[in-house]
Design a protein around this ligand. Structure first.
Ligand code: THU
Length: 129
């Protein structure tokens, strides 16, 4: 799948975001190795610290469905923002070199980067062997 298409899917997933406190809506679309896409959005909570980001919502949906191999993730918000540190760490667990596409609310891809650039020298599963 083209990065631009994945970014558009992330922008569509953003519509479901539950962000009454920050008003900052985020959508994510995670591409699996066999071409399937899992989407996510941020889900906030009155107990603010329990908020979950769009990226982790998408990843956890995929893993819960039995899928663990990913090639890319697109993230869309009002402007292109990078995944937070917690999401970088959680994504690193499954693919340290994941492609990362950042898009705006129109679904336009603004930047392409990769997880190893966003989280260099990561701590991961190999460190526990
Ligand atoms: N958020 C995400 O969903 N993903 C990110 O990469 C950055 C932040 C959410 C969490 C919170 O609901 C809102 O954006 C403001 O931080």
């Amino acid at each position: 799948m083209e990065p631009s298409q994945l970014t558009q899917i992330a922008a569509d997933a953003r519509d479901a975001a539950y962000a009454p406190y920050s008003k900052f809506k985020v959508g994510a679309a995670l591409l699996t190795d066999n071409g399937e896409v899992f989407t996510g959005c941020n889900i906030e909570n009155a107990s603010f610290g329990l908020t979950i980001c769009a990226e982790r919502t998408a990843l956890f949906a995929a893993v819960a469905a039995g899928v663990r191999t990913f090639s890319g993730i697109a993230v869309s918000s009002s402007h292109a923002v990078c995944p937070c540190g917690a999401c970088r760490q959680v994504l690193n667990e499954f693919n340290p070199t994941l492609d990362v596409y950042l898009g705006d609310e129109t679904g336009q891809m603004v930047t392409k980067t990769s997880l190893d650039r966003l989280l260099p020298e990561a701590f991961g599963p190999d460190n526990l062997r």
